[in-house]
Design a protein. Structure first.
Length: 189
């Protein structure tokens, strides 16, 4: 679940040694002995902290001959650190939509049998239609890709696009071909 990943990320960074390692790697790649020397810690302690940072994918390693150098993945670090802003009531990420507007958009973009005519181009309307297509998906249940495809086909023939939109718009979390609804607090509506 995405919320769990975000919590794990922040818990992992909640250690001053790991923050100091990140600060060192911001200056460029270093090997474990160099990090240990600069921080005045033992190599096994540094290895432990580096493995925790690798778990959350903010540090990666490359071998050069007999030495392993550690690199900071700054883009991943920025993206994960900024992900917390996607949760909650930030107006930039959450659209305020009343029930009347939802009903109007759903009526305009669906056929009498409930199928979706077309996915709206406007983001706000697209989010309303995506949320509409989640009807029948149970919170807390893990679905296979095949099950999600079958569910989407009830509403729209392009199940691959809709499935991708569910994940990109934070309605669902995907891992290893398994899909699960995110908590409603993470939804953009």
């Amino acid at each position: 679940m995405q919320l769990n990943r975000l919590v794990h990320f922040h818990k992992t960074l909640g250690d001053k040694t790991r923050i100091r390692i990140i600060a060192l790697l911001k200056g460029g790649p270093l090997h474990g002995q160099a990090i240990a020397g600069k921080l005045g810690l033992t190599p096994p302690t540094i290895s432990h902290h580096l493995s925790k940072l690798r778990e959350i994918d903010v540090v990666y390693q490359r071998r050069e001959k007999n030495t392993i150098y550690f690199y900071l993945d700054e883009k991943k670090l920025e993206r994960m650190a900024g992900a917390i802003l996607m949760i909650g009531g930030d107006e930039m990420f959450n659209f305020q939509v009343d029930d009347q507007e939802k009903v109007r958009v759903i009526k305009n973009f669906t056929l009498p049998d409930g199928r979706v005519k077309t996915l709206p181009a406007q983001r706000k309307k697209k989010l309303i239609i995506l949320e509409y297509m989640l009807r029948g998906i149970e919170q807390g249940r893990v679905y296979s890709e095949k099950e999600i495809n079958e569910h989407i086909r009830q509403f729209h023939e392009d199940f691959a696009t809709v499935r991708r939109e569910f994940v990109m718009c934070q309605f669902m979390f995907r891992q290893n071909g398994q899909y699960e609804l995110n908590p409603k607090e993470m939804w953009p509506l």
